[in-house]
Design a protein around this ligand. Structure first.
Ligand code: ADQ
Length: 471
């Protein structure tokens, strides 16, 4: 998918525009070691690619390098519009307000949110820059879809400039209840920002309900049946649009002969009768501390035999410049080291911990190799890892242990569900999943697979855009 095509021409106006913190491409080098762009591997890009191409769409986002101004360019049939960020803005808007204020606040305050006025000022400034770029690129009457918590002010800023547009907003993370949200010193501005959208999408109905209640209680807007009425009499809507994955693509990847072979190798290397797997971004919302503690206790008590079972935890490096993430990494490594030191023997550690990101095919091989997938976030908007595991279990077996506090729990009801704060309860469910007979595992997996395959990423994008009024 690499492509060198670059032109310095400003993009023509587009009838469909996506605005996201990051551009849909990332830098790489081609066969001749020349720098070029390649499409980012994420699900959002894959889902929107066909619509973007059909509509001659434009994608607005930061290209990932601070203090660099780039001209718009075309990549693989899509106009890319890079938004520059200075080094200070990356620190204050992205690492600061987005990831050290909003991220913890919106995830139940599982880490302490920091409130700094300079961070807020940077958030406003950068949101305005994104809104201006969208106002310039969108054609008369076009559709603009704004993504996620970094850009919550964009809908209103854009609406003020371009009332002709249809504006959608989708929040990928949870939207907190009023009791938490109202800690935010800039709560009113954020709500006003979101109220500029014609359709505000959340992962679960609870997020939409929290939002509508705040529209009424904090902004004094009239709300009824999923709608809110702005002071000028115009209306917006809010609803749940649970995001998903390209289930067929994951299944195909998992069934590829190379992946099958690789999964066998992983099993041989792990040399265990039963393999438990965790795959997460290294983030304090993902419940890694509690999960590792639960496995430590299971190995210690002998309920899991370190000679027969192994827990493989893959943690992708993430937000490494944010303090709380550095602390988390140290904690996890200490915890794993202690358990392996206590319970391992020469040539055998009960926990294999890998701090790395992997290509998609390796992920599919890991999912294939795992008997039990353990997904236990303290709070998660959706959690795609759970769905990816299900999509890769074409054999119809395997077991999923899933936190009640992931958005995915609403859809994946046949998983062994857990409260990740309840370590004993989590241990029981891990053992129950591992010990279930094949018939039970297959029955549950069949239903999980039906859900994931009938509610894939294409359905998510189509439903949202249809409700927004994209023709
Ligand atoms: P994330 O918090 O990043 O996403 P998740 O939904 O699990 O969480 O998505 C992670 C993605 O990264 C998955 O596609 C997974 O395959 C990939 N990944 C994880 N570890 C990896 C590794 N070691 N190597 C390579 N890839 C890895 C946010 C929200 C979620 C929401 C999504 C989408 O926090 O709740 O589901 O957006 O809306």
């Amino acid at each position: 998918m690499t492509n060198n095509s670059r032109s310095s021409q400003a993009p023509s106006r587009a009838s469909f525009v996506v605005v996201a913190n990051r551009l849909a491409v990332e830098r790489t080098t081609d066969d001749q070691d020349e720098p070029c762009w390649r499409t980012s591997p994420g699900g959002l890009v894959t889902a929107l690619e066909p619509i973007m191409k059909a509509k001659e769409g434009a994608w607005i986002g930061w290209h990932g390098a601070p203090d660099e101004v780039l001209e718009p360019f075309r990549h693989d049939g899509i106009d890319m519009v890079p938004v520059p960020l200075s080094r200070d803005e990356v620190a204050e808007f992205y690492e600061g307000f987005s990831n050290a204020t909003l991220w913890p606040l919106y995830h139940d305050s599982v880490a302490f949110p920091e409130f700094h006025r300079e961070w807020w000022d940077a958030y406003v400034k950068v949101n305005r820059r994104f809104a201006e770029a969208a106002a310039e690129v969108a054609e008369e009457g076009g559709v603009v879809w704004v993504q996620d918590y970094q850009l919550q002010l964009v809908p209103k800023m854009l609406r003020d400039k371009r009332p002709d547009l249809k504006i959608g907003f989708f929040l990928h993370i949870p939207f907190p209840p009023q009791e938490l949200f109202q800690q935010l010193p800039w709560r009113k501005q954020v709500l006003e920002g979101l109220s500029g959208a014609d359709l505000v999408g959340f992962q679960v109905p609870g997020g939409a309900a929290n939002f509508l209640r705040l529209m009424k209680d904090r902004l004094g807007l009239e709300t009824r049946r999923g709608e809110f009425v702005r002071p000028d009499g115009t209306r917006g809507r809010a609803g749940a649009y649970p995001i998903s994955i390209d289930a067929q693509a994951f299944q195909d990847l998992a069934n590829h002969p190379e992946t099958v072979e690789r999964a066998k190798e992983i099993r041989e290397d792990l040399d265990a009768e039963i393999v438990f797997l965790g795959v997460d971004r290294l983030d304090y919302t993902k419940g890694l501390r509690q999960r590792i503690r639960a496995f430590g206790e299971l190995f210690k008590s002998g309920q899991l035999d370190p000679d027969k079972a192994v827990f493989l935890q893959v943690a992708t490096p993430s937000r490494e410049r944010v303090e709380e993430y550095k602390r988390l990494r140290d904690d996890i490594e200490l915890l794993v080291g202690r358990i392996n030191g206590d319970m391992g023997r020469i040539g055998r550690a009960p926990i294999t911990y890998l701090h790395a990101g992997y290509p998609r095919q390796e992920m599919a091989a890991l999912y294939r190799a795992a008997d039990v997938m353990v997904v236990t976030p303290l709070r998660d908007g959706m959690n795609l890892v759970a769905k990816e595991y299900v999509a890769c279990r074409g054999s119809g077996d395997g077991a999923l242990v899933l936190s009640e506090f992931a958005g995915a729990a609403r859809e994946l009801k046949q998983a062994w569900q857990v409260n990740p704060y309840d370590i004993d309860g989590m241990k029981d469910q891990i053992l129950a999943a591992a010990g279930a007979d094949q018939t039970e595992k297959r029955r549950r997996m069949r239903q999980l697979r039906r859900q994931v395959f009938t509610h894939d990423i294409n359905r998510w994008a189509e439903t949202f855009l249809r409700d927004l009024g994209l023709e």
